[in-house]
Design a protein around this ligand. Sequence first.
Ligand SMILES: Nc1ncnc2c1ncn2[C@@H]1O[C@H](COP(=O)(O)OP(=O)(O)O)[C@@H](O)[C@H]1O
Ligand SMILES: [Mg+2]
Length: 248
Amino acid sequence: MIVFDDVWFSYGNREVLRGISFKADFHERIAVLGESGGGKTTILKLILGLIAPDNGKILIDGIDITSLKEEELIPIRRKFSIVFQEGALFDSLPVKENVAFFMRELLKLSDKEIYTRVSKLLSRVGVQEAEELMPEELSGGMHRRVAIARALAVGKTKMFLYDEPTAGLDPINSERIISLIKDLADKENIGFMIITHVVYVAWQLCDRFIFIKDGKIIFDGNKQELILTEHPSVREFIKELFFKIKKY
Ligand SMILES: Nc1ncnc2c1ncn2[C@@H]1O[C@H](COP(=O)(O)OP(=O)(O)O)[C@@H](O)[C@H]1O
Ligand SMILES: [Mg+2]
């Protein structure tokens, strides 16, 4: 479980989060929504202990991570499979070495075992043919899939974290990544938190929606509550949904 208890965070004198509180079970499918620059990625970084809050507590499985040392954070980070926004693959390494990278760092496996796992992971995300390619040879959609395979490589994943997983993808590839995210969660029976500013992506994948505005949570609820909300900023944000969904 993830618990944020009155979390405040600033970059220098730029106050980004101003008292964020929520509880999330690892099995949930949660979207964190809000405008660009609103502090969404900052929340992911805080969950992983990459940055520490100025005030407030962050508990992961009951452990307050805000005072942990770097090496104590490693088992915390391994509970998550993370796909950052840039998907950042190592440009100088072929796909298979990108996926193998953290396995080599963190797991005591032979080369043979590593490459067997790499092949399995790549076929799980549907790009087994890309093994020998360099990142620059990949399409945007393939790039994102390889980043997902790499995120899956080492974790005893309890939850997926995706930062803007469809950013920069055309509609067809967006749809494919959305189905992949869903399939992985269904098959492994693990939840995810997805950061996005595209409300329709969130709608297709999630059953809980958290909106951030001016450093605060202005909405936290399910689909029904989202559709019925009276909050003017949230309504403005979800306007586009009403054109796309017909069952409400
Ligand atoms: N490393 C940093 N140093 C200074 N400011 C930052 C840094 N990272 C992000 N910011 C600023 O903090 C705000 C929130 O950033 P972020 O969490 O990335 O927003 P979002 O993911 O919602 O677009 C933005 O105004 C951004 O410019
Ligand atoms: Mg961001």
